[in-house]
Design a binder for this molecule. Structure first.
Ligand code: NAP
Length: 209
């Protein structure tokens, strides 16, 4: 599957490499350094390449890995996303990046869907980038990625991408659930960055029925 990544930082590069390794064709975009995009593409292999957000937005799936404060700039460069499958990895943080800018009555995921008309699925926003780069396969157990969205087809595609990246998908319902997943990301960050290692994941275990 051709995957357009908008935002080539810690999350974009980590997801891009895992998904390229799983056989997907990755298009990296949105960096102030063309050399960085080219280097990431070369490191990823499997036909990965560096391009523009508009080109990334033409892929079958778009993964949004930008800072919330850069949303206007990134969307302007991506162009029309109406109807696209957009996996939203962002957390709607303030400029100082230490608290959520919105929540309770809406979420970054819902705002993104409202503004773009895209089929938004919130996913990977609760996973530390360090775990992506270390590789989830190095953990002693397979861990989860919670995701939510309103479009069944977009959710099915995202569910497979979560598996391909090496995680167990946990469907937490409609996009409204982003109101819970976004604060959860801050909880995970607290554990990751105040604990012994950021290379951590989570999973839910149920009593078998
Ligand atoms: N880091 C985590 O562990 C983590 C975990 C879960 C969710 N998230 C969320 O994921 C999103 C991305 O986080 P991140 O840590 O991956 O961010 P990051 O490493 O800072 O990457 C951001 C990317 O956006 C690019 N960018 C910023 N301003 C730009 C501009 N004006 N023009 C072009 N490119 C620009 C940066 O370009 P340069 O290459 O030039 O710097 C970089 O490639 C955030 O919403 C964050 O809340 C992060």
């Amino acid at each position: 599957m051709r995957i357009g990544i908008i935002g080539a930082g810690r999350m974009g590069s980590g997801l891009g490499k895992l998904l390229a390794r799983a056989g997907h064709e990755v298009v990296y975009s949105f960096s102030r350094s063309r050399e960085k995009l080219e280097r990431l593409a070369a490191e990823s292999g499997h036909g990965a390449r560096a391009s523009s957000p508009a080109d990334a937005a033409a892929a079958e799936v778009v993964i949004l890995t930008i800072h919330w404060q850069e949303l206007e700039t990134a969307l302007a460069q991506a162009g029309n996303l109406a109807g696209k499958v957009v996996v939203d990895v962002t957390n709607p943080m303030t400029e100082s990046d230490d608290e959520l800018a919105i929540g309770f009555s809406t979420s970054g995921g819902e705002e993104l869907a409202r503004r773009t008309g895209a089929r938004v699925v919130k996913a990977f926003n609760t996973i530390p980038s360090e775990l992506l780069h270390a590789g989830p396969a190095r953990l002693p157990e397979r861990v989860a990625v919670c995701f939510c969205g309103d479009d069944d087809e977009a959710k099915g595609i995202t569910e497979q991408l979560i598996r391909d990246a090496g995680f167990d998908p946990v469907d937490v319902g409609p996009l409204h659930g982003a109101r819970y997943l976004e604060p959860m990301a801050l909880l995970v960050a607290q554990i990751a960055y105040e604990g012994p290692t950021p290379e951590v994941g989570y999973r839910f275990v149920a009593i078998p029925r």
